[in-house]
Design a protein around this ligand. Structure first.
Ligand SMILES: Cc1ncc(C[n+]2csc(CCOP(=O)(O)OP(=O)(O)O)c2C)c(N)n1
Ligand code: SF4
Ligand SMILES: [Mg+2]
Length: 358
């Protein structure tokens, strides 16, 4: 048997220590929470919120993050955090943001405060979707992070619309008539990009520099921001705790979870392009919830079709975006790397002229 490499997540830890502007503040999510060993929610929350600093209001739907961090009379949160119902995280945070704007206008508050929702895929893709879509359409100045573990984990692993085809869940069992979930996963990142909100991104905590850069970008951008972050679940994916970051790494290397970002639904940029993508079989083989499909060529074929057609779509969107950026006199990278104010000043007028006045 091949010897497995020891995998210690030192780069993420040192990155947190070196790059955080707020250090030596304590982590936004302090030790003492009750998440499972190997759960990748804590690094996602800490990496994201350390970039935002202390002047932040956060909120989470009912789900693993909430039940493990806020059981009265204890809390693991060191920043203001609101526990909201399963379905209304975006509504509550957008209401808080609107109240803040009103107070600011009246001169009752003068400091800069940021609003960050952090919710599970069940609370985002499914039951909270209309609140999310409404807040996006109203363009509240807030960031919405979906920690996506592809199921309702807090209640024992039921399917969500983020669960991939063929995966076992408690509501999509594996037997002779049904083999796991029959439908493919909903692509919420594409749906949010189609809202033409200022900034949409897909991220992976394994690619921590890319993830924290996207968080910093979201802090600079004014208006609604959405970041969909893949999150491995020890209990339901049944991966070993020490394999959490190894499985996340493979998700992007196999093109299952491409990393990309979109500005206003117009400019699309892929952030990681594996020169030789890893076989999707390697990613699936690490997850007992899903590995029965390795013996089912028909399901495997559907999974591959979904992944490779989506990758092709992203490459085409990026190509079109490069052409559009060049038509406006920029490179695509310049557009993504400029500040939001610069984008308004330099790119928006040219975009208007080029796309509907010419
Ligand atoms: C209206 C309503 N329906 C169902 C529940 C039960 N419930 C609580 S958390 C949860 C699953 C949450 O899933 P997700 O948002 O993906 O977060 P995760 O548990 O995976 O962290 C469910 C079904 C509830 N609290 N409220
Ligand atoms: S059940 Fe999964 S998502 Fe929930 S705390 Fe455990 S590992 Fe994390
Ligand atoms: Mg979930």
């Amino acid at each position: 048997m091949a010897k497995r490499k020891k995998f210690v997540n030192i780069p993420v830890l040192t990155h947190l220590a070196e790059e955080s502007h707020e250090w030596p503040y304590e982590n936004p999510l302090a030790p003492g929470h009750r998440m499972c060993p190997g759960c990748s929610i804590p690094p996602i929350v800490n990496m994201a919120l350390l970039e935002y600093g202390k002047d932040v209001v956060t909120g989470s739907n009912t789900g693993c993050l909430e039940v493990t961090t806020g059981v009265f009379p204890y809390t693991a949160w060191t920043v203001p955090w609101i526990h909201v119902a399963f379905e209304n995280n975006a509504a509550v945070l957008s209401g808080a943001e609107a109240a803040y704007r009103a107070f600011k206008k009246k001169g009752k508050i003068d400091k800069e405060i940021h609003f960050v929702s952090i919710s599970g895929d069940g609370g985002t893709y499914d039951i909270g979707f209309q609140a999310l879509s409404g807040a996006a359409e109203r363009n509240h100045n807030m960031l919405y992070i979906c920690y996506n573990n592809e199921g309702y984990q807090n209640t024992g692993y039921q399917r969500s619309s983020a669960t991939p085809i063929g995966a076992f869940t408690k509501t999509t069992p594996v037997g002779s008539k049904i083999v796991g979930k029959e439908e493919k996963r909903k692509d919420l990142t594409l749906i949010m990009a189609a809202h033409e909100i200022p900034y949409t991104a897909q991220a992976n905590p394994f690619n921590y520099k890319d993830f924290t850069r996207k968080i910093r970008k979201s802090k600079d951008v004014k208006g609604f921001k959405f970041i969909n972050v893949l999150q491995s679940c020890t209990l339901s994916w049944r991966t070993k705790p020490e394999d959490a970051f190894r499985v996340l790494k493979l998700a992007t290397e196999s093109l299952y979870w491409p990393l990309y970002e979109v500005i206003e639904g117009k400019f699309w940029r892929i952030n990681v392009k594996p020169s030789k993508p890893k076989p999707i079989e390697d990613y699936i083989a690490m997850q007992p919830r899903w590995r029965h499909v390795l013996k089912m060529p028909e399901i495997l074929d559907k999974i591959k079709e979904e992944i490779y057609t989506k990758w092709d779509f992203l490459l085409r969107m990026e190509k079109l975006s490069k052409e559009l950026a060049e038509d406006l006199g920029f490179t695509l990278d310049e557009i993504f790397e400029m500040s939001w104010d610069e984008y308004q000043e330099k790119v928006k007028p040219k975009l208007k002229e080029k796309t509907y006045l010419s």
